[in-house]
Design a protein. Structure first.
Length: 353
């Protein structure tokens, strides 16, 4: 099996990391003040929810304890940032996860990701070692009645592109480990299609081609990219990230694509490619090349070459394609430009069909 690290896939950084800002957004936002106990209830029941990539709790117990001590002492605390989904009215946590998690953990009694009782540490003597249940009634009321300000926003225009939310995630996470595009999409467009991508990601032949599961969802992004070109290439405009965002948004509820048909075509395509090329598929050099994958795999699926060619015939055509100067150029530089995308798809069609 190929052994792919998260940074061992060519053709992601230049195309996907930054979304060019060439459109104007209309954002509506308002402030809301929540009492802590009500905020925690909303967080626990899922009315305020956390995207998958943010689920890890990174604060230490002393860090969380000092935040809670600030509330107990009546000190000002930062607000939180939420994105309101139009169709569900749920609110996604954009900024403030550690604070919300700390509050929820303290009020429910268990420190995140452990079975240990959450007792305050490295705080003033009055509160040291106390769990929420141990606090004096007035201190419990101090926490429950503290108001946390939330900025809640929603994108009104453009209606077919939630990229403002994508940009906000991207820019709020400039420190530390930057979020990967597919991690953000999985949060913004969570639902049946996102779950379906995860299912396709488990198909054996695909796993043998890509390698072990990507911690940062790069494998799922490649699947999304393949499907977007297969079913919507005529709508392609750079940047690549916006094309993928729009395709995932349009298919979020899986009402346009036929799941069984897509799954069968995906499996046939990658079974055939793996049988023909093995784990070296889409690797003109050591790394897996996304531009090779989208042109070759899409062409195989579109023309159902798994029913037309033998594995040996396909491998011969594929190797010929990799040697063509025009194709080499189209998988190496400016690979998201419309003309370059058209060039590599044209070369693939002419050579392997």
């Amino acid at each position: 099996m190929a052994d792919v690290e998260d940074d061992d896939v060519e053709d992601f950084v230049d195309e996907n990391r930054t979304l060019a800002v060439d459109i104007k957004y209309k954002i509506t936002s308002f402030g809301a003040d929540f009492l802590v106990d009500g905020l925690v209830d909303r967080f626990k029941n899922g009315d305020i929810y956390v995207p998958d990539f943010q689920r890890s709790f990174v604060w230490t117990k002393p860090q969380a304890s000092r935040f809670l001590e600030s509330i107990l002492l009546g000190l000002p605390i930062p607000g939180i940032f939420l994105f309101r989904e139009e169709d569900t009215n749920k609110m996604l946590v954009v900024d403030g996860l550690q604070r919300l998690s700390s509050l929820t953990a303290f009020l429910t009694g268990k420190f995140p990701d452990t079975d240990k009782t959450f007792r305050l540490e490295n705080v003033s003597e009055r509160f040291e070692g106390k769990a929420f249940a141990d606090l004096e009634p007035e201190d419990k009321r101090q926490i429950n009645n503290t108001i946390i300000h939330a900025t809640i926003f929603q994108q009104s225009l453009p209606s077919d592109d939630d990229s403002s939310v994508y940009l906000i995630f991207e820019r709020l996470n400039t420190g530390g480990t930057p979020l990967q595009p597919q991690e953000i999409r999985a949060a913004l467009y969570h639902g049946p299609f996102s779950d379906f991508l995860s299912e396709l990601n488990e198909i054996e032949s695909w796993r043998k081609i890509f390698g072990r599961t990507s911690r940062r969802r790069k494998d799922e992004e490649l699947i999304l990219r393949f499907l977007a070109f297969l079913y919507s290439k005529e709508n392609y405009q750079s940047p690549m990230v916006r094309f993928l965002n729009r395709f995932m948004s349009a298919n979020r509820h899986l009402t346009k694509l036929k799941k069984k048909q897509v799954s069968e075509q995906f499996e046939k395509t990658f079974n055939f490619i793996y049988e023909s090329l093995g784990s070296s598929a889409f690797r003109p050099s050591r790394s897996l090349n996304a531009a090779v994958l989208d042109a070759v795999a899409t062409t195989v699926a579109k023309h159902q070459l798994y029913d037309e060619l033998t594995p040996k015939q396909f491998a011969t055509k594929y190797n010929k394609l990799l040697r063509k100067k025009g194709f080499q150029e189209a998988i190496s530089t400016s690979t998201a430009d419309e003309s370059v995308v058209d060039q590599r798809f044209t070369e693939a069609e002419k050579t392997i069909v």
